[in-house]
Every structure is written in C-alpha cells, then in structure tokens.
Unconditional design. Structure first.
Length: 551
C-alpha cells in the first residue's frame, strides 16, 4: 500500500457546534428557511459575499424535493418545445438560463456530476426532422456552455447504443447530451461549502413562528425536532426557501396569505442495470399523455421516471399503484425486455413546487420558473424553480435581499459563478479512483464510488474504512460502514434515514438492501452519537417506517 495523505477540512463543523451558535443570541444578516437546493444555494451565495447568514431546515438537508429528482442537470427540452410552439419568451429564457447554469454546475461540482449521452428513439419518419432540429436548437442556445453536439443516429447505431430498445418499427434515433448529478450529495456539499464560508447551518431545526417588531419581521422561533428545545433566532432579513412548503411559512407570517404554489408528484423506479447501458440514457419525448419519460443509468442501476400528477402537500408523498403501472407500461413499450413489479428494486416519490396560475389545472404545463415575493411584514419568498438553476436563483434572491433589507455586504457582487464546491477543487477525474485503489487496497467499485461521491475528500472516508477492512453496509453495494461514522462526524447526519437515503444512495437504489443494512447503521450511529435505549427504539421505528412506506 502506498503512502496515504489525509487531508483535513479547513473548517471543522458539526451540528452540535452550529446549534450552539444559533442559540447564542447572535443577530444574523439573513436567516434562510429551507435546506434544499434553493436554500443551501442562497446560504452559500450570501456567505461568499461576507454576510452573516444562518440556515435552518426542518428535516434533513434535501430530504424533500431536492433529493428526489430525475438526477438530470438540464435546460429543459420540454420547455424549449413549448417556447417554440407558443412563442413563449418565459419558457425560452428558462431553457437558455438552464443551459448556461448546467455548464457552471458541471464545472463547480465535478465529482458529483457528469455529461450523459441520451438517445431519443424515433418510430415515425415524420418525427426525425422535428426532433432533430429541436435538439440542434438546444445545442445552439447552450452557446459556449455546450457540452456536446446532437446528431442523427441510424437505426443500427441506436440499437448498438441501447441494445434493449425495441427494434420493431424503429426508424432512427437522435443523440444529444445533458448533465447528470447526485442531487442529495449536491445539496449537502452546498451546505458544507456555505459553512466553510462562514454560514451557520443546521438540519432538523424547524421554524414554528415569526418574531416581529412594530409589524416587521426581525427573527423566527425555531424548534429542534430531535430534542424539542425552542428558542428565537434574530435576523435583519428572513428568506423563505422552503420549496413545496413555502406557503406554510408564508402563513406563519400572515395566516390569510393566498397560496402561491401548486404541487405535482413525480415517482421514479429503480431497475436492474440491464435496462440501461452504463453510459447512455433514453429520452422518450412524448408518452401517451404528452409527458417526457427518461430511462437513465444511475449508480450502477437503471432509473425510470417520471410521472407528473397533481398532488396533495406531504412531507413524504406516497407512491400510487397507478403511477407505478404508468411507468412500467411505458418501459414495456420501448424495450424488448419484459419488466414487471418483481423487477423494481426501489421506488420513491417527490413533490415539484410549481408557481401557480389560478386558472391552470394541468401541472405538466406549469412553468418551472421562479418568482420572488415580499410580504408586508418583510418576508422574502423564493418560489418555484428547478435544480439546474439553483445558483442563479440564489444570486437573484441575495441581490434582492441586499436592497430589501438594506444590507451592506463586504463583497456586494455574486461570487459563486466559478466557485468549486467541497470535493471538487482538487478532484482528479482521470486518476483519482485508481490512486484510491493503490493507496488503500480497496475494491475497484468502492474506489470509484468514494471518488465520485466525495471527490478530493475521499481519502478521509478511505482512512476510516481501511481500519474496518472496507466493510460494506450491504452485499453487492459499495456503501461502507465507515460512511455512517463519517456522516455523523462531518456531514450532519443524525438519523439512520439521513445516512441510508441521502449520505449514501442505498435506500433509493435497493430497498431490501437498505432494510438489511438498517441494524448496523443504527448500531454505529448509536455508538457515535450516544443514543439512549429510548432514542434507539424511536430511530428504529422511524427508519423502518420510512423504508416501508415513503422515504
């Protein structure tokens, strides 16, 4: 085994130390409510400008919408079609901004993202010029941030790239490129990078009320959902970035506030890797009801999604048989392989927050754009958006907050456009995994997994894992026991489901494997965090419920 270099974090932070600061009575420039893509992005942007910023999240970072995406970093092919057909400038700008931000995300989070080739199969000659010209326009709009050129594929080449594709009636295909990423770890990296820049961040800390002085918001009441302790955090400005739950926060400020959002539910199925080659995805541009369907390689499996149905607000939305049948039916239409419920390894649902027009009833046709809204008492709300444009949304929000709350930032201009996230700065894309194998003697799949998920921080996990012989949490999966301890010490994990569903992707990939790993995860966390017997029992029950019902 070669010489091992162990890097250290520039700023050692954990949840306990962050809670102490939040309870200290310090007044913050900004308090951000919500620890998903939007909230963590805002906290990072604000901290980089030198503002004194705090972020609180009721559950875990990205526990809601932000960890349940299709794992694509994209401009939005569907929105481009709407823009052209309806001459809709809002949709056009959404695609243009998305493509630019796609390029920035791929550069700033190199370890968590990658370029992905996608094939659109064409079964009618008439579709070929229409689809191909649309995707070429997609390339043009990307400009300097373009990540690959679209091209037509012959029937033979389309089948070579996606062997399981149904050959009968296939005329041709179109190849194009988009980005792919690990959404849960992306949000975590944003939170950790914000903390490195001086932000104070805490998960499992919910806002329960607003504090006002002469009718103007000057802070928030918060409650630690783990121990029940409550206190007040003072801030010059409050930003509501609670995703699908922004209206709940707005109604804490004003019970009569009119809802801004509609939510839709989208589910994803995880199938065996034989349903998708490791380097190519499939994009079906129009299903039976006009929706877009993706079949993508992800973490050594095939991800199928997504549905888009009107939904009721819920922290852990259920998966319906109707949605599962919908996806299975469409997979069967485009594959020679038989697929049934027994092939499903995991299924999970998420809510999309869609800025609502009261006259709109079809959530598939609501714009995924975002809006900023200010209440009379001074609550700034950011509503809507999508993962790809999180950085621009954060920039616009902080720009607005500086003016609205009359804040003087040491660095008034946004500084995140070319800021590498934790794990990305010294990421060695070509040789990093091989070096981990050489230095630590771990298996190839584990080395690739650590390299991809932790980037230039992978050695820290590998050192701990080497002491345990690189013990796996579940057979056939690269997730490690050492990650549980690392997640508790360095990544704010305080519940077993935090580890199983977000610090590692195990529960999203293989529900049975996650159930099998649960006892060991509970044991490791109990020892690391000093749980009582009662806390252990509560965690065991909660984790089992999440794994059996909804993540």
């Amino acid at each position: 085994m070669g010489r091992v270099l162990v890097p250290t974090l520039e700023v050692a932070v954990n949840r306990t130390s962050q809670i102490e600061i939040l309870r200290s009575g310090r007044q913050f420039d900004l308090l951000v409510i919500g620890g998903g893509a939007t909230g963590t992005g805002i906290a990072l942007d604000a901290a980089c400008r030198g503002l004194n910023v705090a972020l609180v999240e009721k559950n875990d970072f990205s526990e809601g919408t932000s960890s349940r995406s299709t794992k694509l970093v994209h401009g939005g092919v569907r929105y481009l079609e709407m823009a052209v057909k309806k001459l809709d400038r809002v949709q056009y700008n959404l695609v243009r901004d998305g493509l630019r931000e796609r390029g920035l995300l791929l550069k700033n989070a190199r370890h968590l993202s990658n370029r992905l080739a996608l094939v659109t199969p064409l079964y009618r000659w008439i579709d070929i010029p229409y689809i191909f010209s649309g995707l070429k326009l997609y390339d043009i709009l990307a400009g300097r941030q373009n990540i690959g050129h679209s091209r037509l594929l012959s029937r033979k080449e389309a089948l070579r790239r996606f062997p399981a594709l149904k050959a009968e009636g296939l005329k041709a295909g179109v190849l194009y490129y988009d980005g792919q990423f690990h959404d849960a770890r992306m949000a975590l990296s944003l939170a950790l990078t914000a903390a490195r820049q001086g932000a104070v961040v805490a998960n499992h800390l919910g806002v329960t009320g607003m504090v006002k002085d002469k009718g103007k918001i000057c802070g928030a009441e918060v409650t630690d959902t783990l121990c029940g302790a409550s206190w007040t955090i003072s801030a010059r400005g409050l930003i509501n970035a609670a995703g699908p739950f922004i209206d709940s926060i707005r109604q804490l400020d004003d019970p009569a506030a009119t809802p801004m959002l509609k939510v839709s539910s989208g589910i994803h199925l995880i199938l065996d890797k034989r349903f998708a080659p490791p380097d190519t995805g499939l994009m079906i541009p129009a299903t039976e009801d006009g929706r877009v369907l993706f079949i993508l390689p992800w973490e050594g499996h095939a991800l199928v999604g997504t549905t888009d149905e009107p939904a009721v607000l819920s922290e852990h939305p259920p998966v319906t048989d109707r949605e599962v049948d919908y996806l299975l039916r469409h997979v069967g239409r485009y594959f020679n392989l038989k697929v049934g419920r027994d092939d499903i390894k995991a299924v999970w649902a998420g809510l999309r927050p869609l800025v609502s027009d009261p006259e709109t009833v079809d959530t598939a046709h609501l714009a995924r754009d975002y809006v900023l809204a200010k209440s009379s008492s001074g609550l700034l709300t950011i509503a809507g958006g999508k993962w790809t444009t999180y950085r621009k949304m954060a920039q616009d929000t902080v720009d607005h907050a500086l003016k609205m709350f009359v804040l003087k930032a040491p660095q008034p201009q946004c500084r995140t456009e070319h800021l590498p996230l934790i794990g990305s700065a010294d990421y060695d894309e070509q040789g990093g995994a091989n070096r981990l194998m050489s230095d630590f003697g771990c298996d190839a799949d584990i080395a690739a997994y650590l390299h991809r998920n932790y980037g230039d921080q992978a050695d820290q996990v590998a050192v701990m894992a080497a002491e345990q012989g690189f013990a796996r949490l579940a057979a056939g999966h690269p997730a490690l026991e050492a990650e549980v301890v690392y997640a508790a010490r360095c990544e704010f994990a305080v519940r077993a489901i935090d580890v199983l569903a977000r610090r590692t992707p195990l529960a999203l990939l293989d529900r049975r494997a996650a159930v099998a790993a649960m006892p060991r995860v509970l044991e490791l966390l109990a020892a690391e965090l000093g749980w009582s017997h009662q806390r252990y029992a509560e965690e065991q029950a909660l984790t089992r419920q999440r794994l059996e019902e909804a993540l």
